[in-house]
Design a protein around this ligand. Structure first.
Ligand SMILES: Cc1ncc(C[n+]2csc(CCOP(=O)(O)OP(=O)(O)O)c2C)c(N)n1
Ligand code: SF4
Ligand SMILES: [Mg+2]
Length: 300
């Protein structure tokens, strides 16, 4: 098949939305839908994706899309699955796309219920590591030592002092068939994972790293570069887990120090101003090295 034939004539997520320039999430949404195809119903909780795609009278979604409240994407998705079953429409699939706040925090209980019941939903978390729609408050997905509005850096604090919740592991512990992590810096890999997830039935989970130029504070043309540095430092490990077993990892060809990733984002600027900050950078490096070891990211 030629590349021309594979490229859809019309995107299912078109321009005209109101995301910030360089938004990783907008790029991610377009490519998610390229991989799912058009026979899907998408549900999205409150968050940037919902806000920038639903100004009154306009929509970039070219598939049926439901917006609901912040905490219940998994419950709404389960309800849509039940309705489709009642109608005998077994070809139409349900995809939930929610932010990290909606997924790691407020929607976590509903997510666990959806996974435990075995509902046939592909749940995709577009992870920008904070509550961006409301101005950048910390979430359980915020990485350690990033400054946020509710975990600010200053004389008494070096930013968020807690670890990022390891949600892929927690989700996998529900015994579901497919869990993967992806990055908008590697769109081929991302689409391959979404397509693969669509071949399974039952609950599936993909967590996508989606850099946010506005709140991570970096120039908007650097979105892909920041995404790549996250992956190649080891801070954003990319893997697939099928039925509880790691089946693939994206190898790092040239490892970069975490400081190359951190120093391009103002949310980490305070780490470069003090001795204490240097100490915290070493701790972040240790986290990256642990990931590299755990997932075998450097081995051939
Ligand atoms: C019950 C409830 N609490 C708080 C809010 C306010 N609120 C709307 S979006 C949002 C944060 C969304 O964060 P996330 O899920 O990470 O999505 P992002 O905006 O970062 O893409 C918050 C706190 C709300 N809408 N409903
Ligand atoms: S705040 Fe960040 S995630 Fe939200 S639209 Fe802007 S760039 Fe995208
Ligand atoms: Mg977020």
């Amino acid at each position: 098949m030629t590349v021309k034939k594979e490229t859809p004539k019309e995107s299912l997520f078109v321009s005209g939305h109101r995301a910030c320039h360089g938004c990783g999430m907008a790029l991610g949404a377009r490519h998610i839908l390229e991989a799912t195809g058009d026979d899907v119903i998408v549900v999205s909780p409150t968050g940037c994706l919902e806000t920038f795609t639903s100004p009154y009278g306009f929509s970039p979604w070219r598939v049926p899309w439901i917006h609901h409240v912040f905490e219940n994407a998994p419950a709404v998705a389960s309800g849509v699955v039940a309705a489709l079953r009642a109608q005998g429409r077994d070809h139409t699939r349900v995809v939930a796309i929610g932010g990290d706040g909606g997924t790691f925090d407020i929607g976590f209980g509903a997510l666990s219920g959806m996974l435990e019941r075995g509902d046939d939903v592909l749940y995709i978390c577009v992870d920008n590591g904070a509550y961006m729609n409301t101005g950048g408050q910390r979430s359980a997905a915020t990485p350690p030592w990033a400054a946020t509005t509710t975990a600010p850096a200053g004389r008494q604090s070096m930013g968020k002092a807690e670890m990022k919740k390891d949600l892929p592991e927690i989700v996998a512990a529900h015994g579901i068939p497919y869990v993967a992590t992806a990055s908008i810096a590697y769109l081929g890999d991302l689409k391959k994972k979404v397509k693969k997830a669509m071949t399974f039935h039952g609950p599936r989970y993909i967590q996508i790293d989606t850099p946010c130029p506005s709140v991570w504070s970096f120039p908007s043309h650097l979105t892909l570069e920041i995404g790549r540095l996250g992956v190649n430092s080891g801070l954003v490990p990319l893997f697939e887990k099928e039925n509880g077993t790691i089946t693939a990892t994206r190898k790092i060809k040239r490892k970069v120090p975490v400081s190359d990733y951190l120093d391009k984002q103002k949310r980490y600027r305070h780490l470069f101003d003090s001795e204490q900050g240097q100490f915290e950078i070493e701790k972040i490096q240790a986290l990256a090295d642990t990931n590299i070891e755990k997932y075998g990211l450097l081995s051939v």
